[in-house]
Design a protein around this ligand. Structure first.
Ligand code: BDR
Ligand code: CA
Length: 309
């Protein structure tokens, strides 16, 4: 089994990502770190703790990390994930335990330092914690087998015409992780995750399969409502769960190694990703951009896994 750490801002799709990790014997979920993002840090941390309790994994340490971006203040948002990040249903989760006394970077550093096997980090929120970790502890980089990052858009964004939410929340952190540092990285952009959206019957089946599934799917109401307008049908994107699926089953997603840049300017492109498809044959960098997946196969596998909760 591969040791896995999830850096997250739950978040409805983050909840599915945590559930997938808990349901997957290929990985050993050794830690969860939280960041601001879909809602504020205090809330994302409480949500992570409550979700792990729901999933029977209250043993996993949860450490709170960044409450704001590296360089600039985050504009206030009204989130598609509801006022509490879980469609207003965070109260249906079992009582949350206490967070780890360490902060996210300290927990990440301790887990990496202590692991005798290389660790996979799935980063499914703004990249502030990961950027701070790599900046503060460069000697630990060889301990990271791979970063699997949900973020960025090659085409249309979701928070601005070109920017995807996680990259937009902290573009400087995203640039540090995706451009400056040299850790092997698989980037799962929203272009791909949107293609893997699931519909009402899919969600109903997961909800009917188990008590945990029922609570999990109960967290989707507001988010699903927000997606109804986007998709034109009852469904939702499972963004973060697609990234964790790749962490659980390396190679599940088809990738292309491409040079990536992040727009850290202050114009309308701030937080957008520039994937340079011209240079593929030359210096392609080290980011494998996920561009392809067997959508039906992925949906079926996810449903199977989550139904086993
Ligand atoms: C990403 O933004 C968040 O709202 C989701 O949890 C996901 O990580 C999608 O753009
Ligand atoms: Ca997220």
């Amino acid at each position: 089994t591969t040791p896995l750490i999830i850096d997250t801002d739950p978040g409805v799709d983050d909840a599915f990502a945590l559930a997938l990790a808990a349901a997957s014997p290929e990985v050993d979920l050794v830690g969860v770190t939280t960041t601001f993002g879909n809602v504020g840090l205090e809330r994302t941390t409480r949500n992570a703790l409550g979700l792990l309790a729901l999933l029977g994994r209250a043993d996993v340490p949860v450490a709170a990390g960044a409450d704001r971006p590296l360089v600039h203040a985050q504009p206030s948002l009204s989130s598609a994930h509801g006022s509490d990040g879980l469609s207003g249903f965070a109260g249906t989760l079992p009582p949350a335990g206490a967070p780890d006394p360490r902060d996210a970077v300290a927990l990440l550093a301790d887990l990496l330092g202590a692991s005798d096997r290389p660790v996979v980090i799935a980063a499914v929120g703004p990249l502030t914690n990961v950027a701070l970790l790599l900046a503060a502890h460069p000697s630990l980089k060889p301990k990271i087998e791979r970063l699997v990052v949900m973020g960025g858009a090659i085409g249309a964004g979701n928070i601005s015409p070109r920017a995807e939410f996680n990259a937009w929340c902290d573009p400087e952190a995203a640039r540090r992780v995706l451009v400056v540092e040299d850790v092997p990285t698989t980037l799962v952009p929203m272009d791909l995750t949107m293609r893997c959206s699931v519909d009402g019957p899919w969600l109903d089946a997961v909800g009917a399969a188990s008590e945990v599934g029922r609570v999990l799917v109960g967290l989707t109401a507001d988010y699903r409502e927000a997606y109804r307008g986007l998709l034109g049908w009852d469904g939702m994107a499972l963004h973060d769960a697609v990234a964790v699926a790749e962490a659980v089953r390396p190679g599940l997603l088809g990738t292309r190694r491409l040079p990536v840049e992040v727009d850290c300017g202050y114009g309308p492109g701030r937080g957008s990703l520039l994937v340079d498809e011209r240079l593929e044959a030359r210096d392609a960098g080290r980011v494998d951009v996920a561009v392809d997946v067997d959508v039906a196969g992925l949906r079926g596998w996810l449903s199977e896994r989550l139904s086993g909760l």
